[in-house]
Design a protein around this ligand. Structure first.
Ligand SMILES: [Ca+2]
Ligand SMILES: [Ca+2]
Length: 164
């Protein structure tokens, strides 16, 4: 099943360009894969642990008649733990879907986007029709989303799986 998805993604270009490498198939993982990602973030030459976590948020909407609609959104967040033991909890949060549709895969790859010597991160999420890429600038004690460097294709074609 998942290898089928990977095959599908091999045929799709990744839109992000610049001085960073392309996101490759082995970078992409399903949201059920929350194994730590090992990247050297603090630049000491030793890999640091980035641990993904996924969770759901239920929002209670406005009352329509007698019913109060609830909305479920699906999120992923990342915790960083460096080899020196420094922790940065939930340094980035991302909504990857709703009860209706989720993106299928995500990726987190390293790239010094602004060439300041600190390793930044590129987050990618997508499915077969759309994708989003977000640049996270490493500010030392936090990550800052780089404005204007995200490419967003909204989850608008929710019915895509039923169309042939
Ligand atoms: Ca390190
Ligand atoms: Ca940087």
């Amino acid at each position: 099943m998942f290898s089928y998805l990977l095959l599908t993604f091999m045929l799709l270009p990744t839109n992000f360009s610049g001085n960073c490498r392309q996101i490759e198939d082995h970078d992409r993982r399903g949201f059920d894969n929350i194994k730590p990602i090992l990247l050297d973030i603090d630049g000491d030459g030793k890999p640091d642990d980035i641990t993904p976590r996924v969770y759901s948020v239920t929002t209670i909407g406005k009352r329509h008649g007698k019913n109060r609609r609830t909305y479920v959104s699906h999120w992923i967040t990342f915790d960083l733990r460096t080899t020196e033991g420094r922790r940065l909890r939930s340094f980035f949060r991302y909504q990857y879907g709703t009860e209706i549709a989720d993106y299928w895969v995500y990726a987190l790859i390293p790239c010094d986007v602004n060439k300041d010597g600190r390793m930044d991160l590129i987050f990618y999420s997508g499915d077969d029709t759309s994708a989003e890429t977000i640049v996270l600038i490493n500010k030392g004690n936090r990550f800052k989303v780089l404005p204007g460097k995200s490419e967003h294709s909204p989850l608008s074609q929710i019915s895509k799986n039923t169309q042939q």
